[in-house]
Design a protein around this ligand. Structure first.
Ligand SMILES: O=C(CO)COP(=O)(O)O
Length: 263
């Protein structure tokens, strides 16, 4: 979190959890647990299932909550005969500002490759949404010591054809697959190694000025107890939080991480 120009971002990926009633409760509790000052210092975002988005929008608009929200995926197409899919303009109309793209669970269970992830990043940007682009290696790649080139290749594929200006509107999330939902967190040094390499690759491809503006998150078993050490790393600008974001108080504590960093 080295740069004063990059505002820390804590994003809660609810995955396929919580119905719309539970969503309303969680958002209200989360907002009540954080002060305006805390919410202005640390950007706080929830990423519910599609079926909760309208409810979250109503809660946020109705009570003017300083909480952002977005979706977990989008179609690469703007509309049409794509049964079961959701398009960028629909999400933008619901007030979404973010959309996750290329999560490892989508890559694994829906066979998403770099080309489709690239098309989705472009679709998000076209419709005014900020893509949270996920990259990360599985255990086998990590054990072979190939995690850095693996993640940089995924980054290259996903950002192919984008202008530097477009890249400033992308958030990158490094999520090692072996640390997702397993309780195994990468060490702060592991997180920095890949987040730093991602930034270096952004410098090489899009220039220093662009790379300095891109926020890079770490994701994988982030909790209130480990977030401060991860956020102390120079190239980690936030966290993409799964399980711990389903508990309002735990996620609020994660968002209050600056209190736990020694000054
Ligand atoms: O996949 C994740 C967020 O997108 C991480 O999930 P956990 O925090 O549950 O490990």
């Amino acid at each position: 979190m080295a740069s004063a120009t990059r505002r820390p971002l804590m994003a809660g990926n609810w995955k396929m959890n919580l119905n719309h009633l539970e969503a309303n409760l969680l958002v209200q509790k989360l907002a009540a647990s954080l002060t305006e000052k805390q919410l202005s210092e640390v950007e706080t975002v929830v990423l519910p299932p599609y079926t909760d988005l309208r409810t979250v929008q109503t809660a946020v608009d109705g009570d003017k909550l300083l909480i952002g929200y977005g979706a977990q995926d989008l179609s690469p197409y703007p509309s049409g005969a794509y049964t079961g899919d959701i398009a960028g303009p629909m999400l933008a109309k619901l007030g979404c500002t973010y959309v996750v793209v290329g999560h490892s669970e989508r890559r694994a269970f829906h066979n998403e490759d770099d080309a489709i992830v690239n098309a989705k990043v472009q679709a998000a940007l076209t419709h005014g949404l900020t893509p949270i682009l996920c990259v990360g290696e599985g255990l086998e790649v990590r054990e072979r010591g190939e995690h850095v080139p693996h993640c940089c290749d995924q980054l290259d594929g996903a950002l192919n054809g984008l202008t530097p200006e477009q890249v400033t509107r992308v958030v990158v999330a490094y999520e090692p697959v072996w640390a997702i939902g397993t309780g195994k967190t990468a060490t702060p040094e592991d997180a920095q190694e890949v987040c730093g390499a991602v930034r270096t690759r952004l410098v090489e491809t899009f220039g220093q000025e662009t790379a300095d503006q891109v926020r890079i998150l770490y994701g994988g078993s982030v909790k209130a107890s480990n977030v401060a050490a991860i956020m102390a790393q120079p190239d980690v600008d936030g966290a993409l939080v799964g399980g711990a974001s389903l508990d309002a108080e735990e996620f609020a504590q994660i968002c209050r991480f600056p209190e736990h960093i020694a000054r």
